[in-house]
Ligand binder design. Structure first.
Ligand SMILES: [Zn+2]
Length: 302
């Protein structure tokens, strides 16, 4: 049966190629123009200017996080730039701008990378499975060590946030030092990905007035978190039980708008699919960071 079918197909192919006419119009339309490259998205390094500096969100259709739309293929953009529908309140929860917008959302964040290709891919595989975006708050010194990992996060469509260069407490540092800690990260991320971060999280949650000021000058939305997974307190020796602890910690503190702090750590990678599944089962969805207003002037974070 199968063999017969194959024979027919093979015969048809032979006839077609013998005739020589059909073959050149095989791939119907679009492929024809660039016959040499068939892969859908060429990972060009500097795709930059297409996306404007992400801070320009005066008109609210604006560019949100600026890091997430893989602008390559304009006609095939299934994920349009999301509308700004949320803002951050004083305790760093995500709150709808208007009545009627879904309140049961959480913001997913992963700090202290980029460290490890497997972990990053592990996290993003799960995010993709759940159609979720997360902010990856990165440190400059790690980007310097692993520039390709920063690009990996960006190329896989996840937004990148600024977590300072050296991962030091900023609150009692002099202004020039804090500026350097924050602005050098802005620069290197822009250089490597073409996009400038619009979110900032100070290491240890300790930005102080000086960190807030510099963040604001750089049009960065300053945030700590409102739901700590405590994944950073767990130890390698307990690695088997750690994923359950991460899940429990997050669920114990769960509330609408929760800003969930996690890290690029192996047990968090392992916990993630179950965690997201449980969150969805409780009626939560994952807020797209690009739908959060980064304006720092009004109600939001002062
Ligand atoms: Zn950190």
């Amino acid at each position: 049966m199968l063999n017969k079918k194959l024979l027919v197909i093979a015969a048809t192919c032979l006839i077609l190629s013998a005739c020589g006419q059909k073959t050149d119009q095989l791939p119907s339309d679009s492929n024809a123009k660039s016959s040499s490259q068939t892969q859908p998205e060429t990972p060009t390094e500097n795709k930059s200017p297409a996306t404007k500096p992400a801070q320009e969100i005066d008109n609210k259709a604006g560019n949100g996080s600026g890091t997430n739309v893989p602008s390559k293929d304009s006609k095939e953009q299934t994920s349009a730039v999301p509308e700004i529908k949320y803002h951050m309140n004083k305790v760093y929860n995500i709150v709808p701008n208007e009545e009627g917008t879904e309140k049961k959302v959480v913001l997913l964040t992963f700090d202290d990378g980029p460290k490890n290709k497997e972990w990053i891919n592990g996290i993003i595989d799960v995010l993709d499975k759940h159609k979720a975006k997360a902010i990856f708050f990165v440190n400059g010194y790690r980007i310097k060590e692993n520039p390709e990992l920063l690009k990996l996060i960006h190329d896989r469509g996840q937004p990148i946030g600024n977590h300072s260069w050296d991962h030091i407490s900023l609150k009692s540092q002099p202004l020039p030092k804090v500026k350097k800690q924050i602005e050098d990260v802005q620069k290197i991320v822009k250089e490597l990905t073409g996009d400038t971060p619009v979110f900032f999280r100070p290491p240890f949650g300790e930005g102080g007035d000086v960190g807030r000021k510099v963040a604001k000058e750089n049009k960065l939305l300053y945030m700590t978190w409102s739901n700590g997974s405590l994944d950073w307190t767990l130890k390698t020796k307990d690695k088997n039980s750690n994923p359950d602890k991460v899940i429990k910690n997050v669920l114990d503190q769960l509330h609408p708008g929760a800003n969930i702090l996690m890290h690029e750590l192996p047990w968090t990678v392992e916990a993630l699919d179950t965690l997201l599944t449980k969150l969805e089962a409780k009626g939560y969805s994952f807020v797209d960071p690009a739908s959060i207003s980064t304006e720092t002037t009004t109600n939001a974070n002062k």
